[in-house]
Design a protein around this ligand. Structure first.
Ligand code: SF4
Length: 417
């Protein structure tokens, strides 16, 4: 059963009489387990829907749905499939205590992998799940492989029950499913020869493996540091050499690099990032692969639409990782807008200084940095702020009103990234 959370006014769902709280039980007699069942089974132009209204009345609807007309029904959030692994490097386990409860949920959910690109390990799949993946063609899936050697993978996942990943991928691939994969690189465990084996096995699975990213392990101050450590710069360079070797082979045989190092791997290695064209459609950018180049392409694409900001000073907040690259990005925006950008690099006060990603900066640290920046910036010259990544200027300025420039209206620029 799935439950309705909201119904769009004027929609087909509203015309049927569906309201928030309605329980949707079955479509054409097939029980609804979750949002996937609902979306796939109700996609037909005609179906019978069995439901129970909030008052307890059981109803059956003969639904005729003109092609392309959405039902306008939003479901309550699904129950997240929990992770059965216990990786030493788990970022969720690396959270400090006292944060809101959802931040401690370790999800490992193939449904969210399909829908949102969350990486899943496929270690908790039941036969019924596999049938659904094939029936609904949940593809591509995003899969954390880490290592194809079963022993190494089980050790990394701290899960002696983890099924072998290569047969799993091969079986699903044979039924038309494709994958974006990742290897979180843990020094001494799945680097070196193990990385070669993993990349070789994945490459030999053929074109169903759309890409593989190699991502350096990231730890917080609260991670199990007695059991796992970060990569040294020379280990990152060695990994990039292997990535380059497989990318060269893929370019020759498939016409695209296929194997990508995460931006962080280049940054930690002290190596320059590949050009934007290297990343194709940037399909793993949410995983920090090509994210910097993607940002640059977005800025370049928006050049003609950027406003004239001559005379404006704009503070840009970011984490230490992007601190080295942002000057180049900002120079491009400054050249178009005439604004003066001032970079504010913020250390992560929540997870510790080893976490340098802008997206993981806590809002309080961003806010404190902006307040300090504002104090040290002449009000006459400070007409706007641009905060990366998690707090908008509007949000910040509402709590920290500053004086507008004398004789001019205050201008605001906000962005996220
Ligand atoms: S697979 Fe590992 S890293 Fe991912 S949620 Fe589970 S324990 Fe954490």
């Amino acid at each position: 059963m799935v439950r309705v959370q909201a119904v769009a006014p004027g929609s087909l769902g509203a015309a049927l009489g569906l309201v928030p709280g309605t329980e949707l039980h079955a479509v054409n007699g097939r029980a609804l387990e979750d949002f996937l069942d609902w979306e796939f089974l109700s996609a037909d132009e005609q179906f019978v829907l069995s439901a129970t209204l909030p008052g307890g009345d059981a109803v059956e609807y003969d639904v005729e749905r003109p092609e392309g007309l959405p039902l306008g029904v939003t479901l309550e959030a699904p129950r997240i499939r929990r992770c059965a692994n216990h990786c030493d490097f788990c970022f969720v386990d690396g959270n400090p205590a006292g944060m809101r409860a959802p931040l401690y949920i370790r999800d490992d959910d193939y449904r969210l992998s399909f829908r949102y690109g969350n990486f899943a390990t496929l270690t908790n799949l039941k036969p019924w799940d596999v049938e659904r993946i094939v029936e609904y063609r949940l593809s591509p899936l995003y899969v954390s492989v880490h290592a194809t050697d079963p022993t190494v993978r089980r050790w990394l996942l701290r899960n002696p029950e983890a099924p072998e990943i290569v047969p799993q991928l091969r079986s699903l691939a044979g039924q038309g499913i494709t994958f974006h994969t990742q290897v979180v690189l843990v020094p001494g465990a799945n680097d070196g020869a193990e990385l070669v084996r993993t990349l070789t096995d994945l490459f030999e699975l053929g074109e169903s493996i759309l890409s593989v990213s190699v991502v350096p392990v990231a730890l917080t101050e609260y991670s199990k540091r007695d059991l796992v450590r970060e990569l040294a710069p020379e280990e990152c360079r060695a990994a990039l050499t292997l990535v380059g070797r497989f990318a060269t082979r893929a370019l020759a045989e498939r016409g695209f690099p296929w194997c990508y190092g995460a931006d962080d791997l280049y940054l930690q290695a002290g190596e320059p990032l590949p050009p934007a064209e290297w990343y194709g459609d940037f399909e793993q950018r949410e995983n920090g692969v090509g994210a910097v180049r993607y940002l640059q392409t977005q800025i370049a694409a928006a050049r003609d639409r950027l406003p004239d900001l001559a005379g404006t000073r704009i503070g840009v907040v970011t984490g230490a990782a992007m601190g080295r690259l942002m000057p180049q990005v900002l120079a491009e925006v400054a050249a178009v807008t005439g604004a003066q950008f001032e970079l504010v690099v913020v250390e992560n006060a929540l997870f510790g200084p080893s976490v340098t990603t802008a997206g993981l900066l806590p809002a309080a640290a961003i806010e404190a940095a902006l307040i300090t920046w504002r104090r040290t910036t002449s009000p006459a010259g400070c007409q706007g702020l641009c905060a990366f990544p998690t707090i908008s200027w509007t949000c910040w300025s509402a709590r920290n009103p500053g004086p507008p420039a004398r004789g001019q209206p205050s201008r605001r620029a906000s962005s996220s990234g």
